[in-house]
Design a protein around this ligand. Structure first.
Ligand SMILES: Nc1ncnc2c1ncn2[C@@H]1O[C@H](COP(=O)(O)OP(=O)(O)OP(=O)(O)O)[C@@H](O)[C@H]1O
Ligand SMILES: [Mg+2]
Length: 343
């Protein structure tokens, strides 16, 4: 049985805020009750300024009204770039000693004073060779958590849980694909987040500070286009090599390649740390993943099997939502994962 009641998952992005409400969340076949998205005003995400938080509360109100969402229970995600995660192993440490050991070790790894972060850890199995429990340590700055609590209060919503974007996405990917080992890439406006699921557990995440807006900006800079025109060229031609004499491709590909460099680095770091093989299945998420030719580019550049995520698999969807879902396949993954959180 679910410990959390049915609720709305809310994903705050720098480009848009997305909401998904599901029911029968613990079943194999949850039902989509409602969904929607609204554009995010510039510069308000993660802002400690009360008036910015009020703007986000207004966005939520619009989202609730326009999508006719009624459920006041919400689960929100902390943007990946604001949290710190680290996979650690504790050779010889007994279960009852683990908590103290995590706090002691965390001090060395977390780049902020411990009294300014909320520290949590998720047990992720056991390394039998080293006789070591394994955990993922997550540190979220208290002031970032407070921002989301404030937004919920300003919106008169009941914030029943908070988690990180990658944890939510991992849940959505596992439930929709059945795969326990994969690498998730979330192509957002401002950043590209990368995370690794191993044996069904989230074991690594990092935020790369280059997003799809950089692609639009590069087209503006190169061709002196207005924003709207540049955005259209990006969305229409993307990384397809043989259109417009490859002119768009040659502007966009170096930027996407610089993201790939960071992804490769992340994978190497993960392999060195855990001494395990990295998954070779890659799933693309976020609106930025809709870039034509991206899937092929990632597959070729990294030598892996990259596919578009299908987060709506195994969710029962009424015909009235089919159009939105067909248009925005991989963009609701985080909101879906948040809506599925059942404990
Ligand atoms: N069809 C498309 N083809 C290519 N890019 C697209 C398409 N639709 C949207 N984008 C781009 O996707 C980005 C927005 O993605 P998304 O909504 O996932 O970001 P976000 O979650 O709000 O941002 P972030 O995760 O960085 O905070 C924008 O840069 C936008 O230009
Ligand atoms: Mg996002």
């Amino acid at each position: 049985m679910a410990k959390l009641p049915d609720h709305v998952g809310i994903d705050f992005g720098t480009h848009s805020v997305k909401a998904v409400e599901l029911s029968r969340i613990s079943s194999a076949n949850p039902l989509l009750v409602n969904l929607g998205s609204q554009l995010t005003p510039k510069g308000v995400i993660n802002s400690e300024d009360k008036s910015d938080q009020r703007k986000l509360a207004d966005v939520l109100k619009k989202l609730y009204d326009s999508s006719r969402i009624k459920n006041k229970n919400v689960v929100m995600a902390l943007p990946e770039f604001s949290v710190f995660t680290r996979f650690l192993e504790f050779p010889g440490v007994k279960a009852e000693e683990l908590k103290d050991a995590v706090y002691f070790e965390a001090k060395q790894y977390i780049p902020m004073p411990l009294n300014e972060v909320q520290l949590s850890y998720v047990p992720i199995g056991f390394n039998t060779e080293k006789n070591a429990p394994r955990v993922l340590v997550v540190a979220a700055p208290r002031k970032v958590i407070d921002i989301y609590i404030n937004i919920a209060v300003l919106s008169s919503l009941d914030l029943i849980a908070i988690e990180t974007e990658s944890v939510a996405m991992g849940r959505a990917m596992y439930k929709s694909s059945g795969k326990k080992d994969l690498i998730m890439l979330d192509f957002g406006a401002n950043s590209t987040d990368m995370s690794i699921l191993s044996d069904g557990y989230l074991v690594f995440s990092q935020s790369i500070a280059i997003g799809s807006d950089s692609l639009t900006q590069a087209v503006i800079n190169k061709f002196n286009f207005e924003y709207q025109r540049a955005e259209e060229f990006k969305r229409n031609y993307g990384l397809v090599e043989n259109v417009l004499e490859g002119k768009i491709y040659s502007v966009l590909s170096p930027i996407v390649e610089s993201i790939m460099v960071e992804v490769r680095r992340g994978v190497e770091f993960y392999k060195n740390r855990t001494l395990s093989v990295a998954p070779t299945d890659y799933m693309l998420n976020g609106d930025g993943a809709l870039l034509p030719g991206l899937k092929e580019y990632v597959s070729k550049s990294l030598g892996v099997n990259a596919t578009m995520s299908m987060p709506w698999n195994n969710i029962a969807v009424d015909n009235k939502f089919k159009d939105i879902i067909a248009k925005s396949g991989p963009s609701y993954s985080v909101a879906i994962g948040l809506a599925m959180k059942d404990e």
